[in-house]
Design a protein around this ligand. Structure first.
Ligand code: ADP
Length: 293
């Protein structure tokens, strides 16, 4: 059921509470973002977009909720996701940003490891890997139809749809390589000891450290998969330090074969970037395909 912004404020804070200040926040690449101060003094974080994009926020809210339910890592509390004549909005608790430190990196590594160890049975139905709904990776659709094996899920629900979306970039010879890569993917991928709830879009812009040094995850593209896929994405654009990896490894272990699979996982994100932002990602995509085929 939909809720309008005024209804959401009234439901959460009672009648008579209004927005006394709305300050734009920069840093996101898709939505408008605001720090709101309410007439009762509370601070909230709001993302806004066109009404047509309301499903993005519902999907984000469900991803945040899934991570919160693991009880392992801080995520902002979602207060409401809805739309009205002004557009769609996602309203959540405000994180007061603090300084990143070695201790906060270690804590992020430990808490991510704990999230990856959490029981996933409530987050996917009818298969081991997937999610309760499709969601979005950046502005791209992310299919989460469940599958029994990780190799099938990652190949059919992650790589194949992106390769198909990028069809205009491939000539006949390269299409053959893609077919061979897809056919042989189960020789590259391994099944995890247990499935993990993943953040799904874990680049350095999607975690925050608050003033007490506590790490928070934001802006997920959550699904149940192989923990290594989250780890791989942390390495794609950088921004995670040694202390993070050491703490993660100590808490959850990192398989010796991970390094050899890392770029194969990141092929998904590079293909998504190719589809969203264009040809500057083509070289990186082709290089990885050539390496793994
Ligand atoms: P987008 O969906 O457009 O990528 P993000 O979720 O990444 O937007 O948010 C944009 C920026 O807003 C982040 O880089 C971060 O600095 C800030 N931010 C995100 N969530 C919160 C929050 N709950 N509290 C305070 N600031 C936030």
């Amino acid at each position: 059921m939909n809720i309008s912004f005024p209804e959401a404020l009234e439901k959460c804070f009672g009648a008579g509470v209004s927005v006394s200040e709305r300050r734009p926040v920069s840093g996101g690449d898709i939505n408008r973002a605001y720090a709101l101060t309410l007439s009762n003094g509370m601070r909230l974080f709001m993302k806004a977009n066109r009404k047509e994009n309301r499903d993005f926020f519902r999907a984000e809210a469900e991803g945040l909720e899934a991570m919160r339910r693991t009880g392992t890592i801080c995520v902002p509390e979602v207060l409401a996701a809805g739309w009205d004549a002004d557009g769609s909005f996602l309203l959540m608790g405000f994180i007061e940003e603090g300084r990143r430190s070695k201790a906060s990196s270690e804590e992020l590594g430990r808490r991510l490891a704990a999230m990856h160890k959490a029981d996933t049975s409530g987050f996917v139905k009818g298969g081991k890997f997937g999610f309760l709904r499709d969601n979005y990776i950046g502005a791209g659709v992310q299919i989460n139809t469940p599958a029994e094996t990780w190799a099938e899920f990652f190949t059919q629900k992650r790589l194949v749809p992106q390769f198909e979306r990028a069809a205009g970039y491939w000539d006949k010879a390269f299409r053959k390589k893609i077919e061979a890569l897809v056919a042989g993917a189960d020789r590259i991928l391994t099944e995890p000891e247990h499935p993990s709830l993943l953040h799904g879009d874990l680049w350095a812009g999607n975690y925050m450290i608050d003033r007490s040094g506590t790490p928070w995850l934001i802006d997920p593209a959550a699904y149940v998969g192989h923990a290594e896929a989250d780890l791989a994405m942390t390495e794609l654009f950088g921004g995670f330090d040694r202390a993070f990896y050491d703490a993660y490894k100590e808490a959850a272990g990192i398989d010796a074969g991970y390094r050899g699979r890392r770029d194969f996982y990141n092929l998904y994100h590079l293909l998504n970037h190719l589809n969203l932002f264009g040809g500057s990602y083509l070289y990186a995509v082709k290089e990885i395909v050539d390496r793994y085929v």
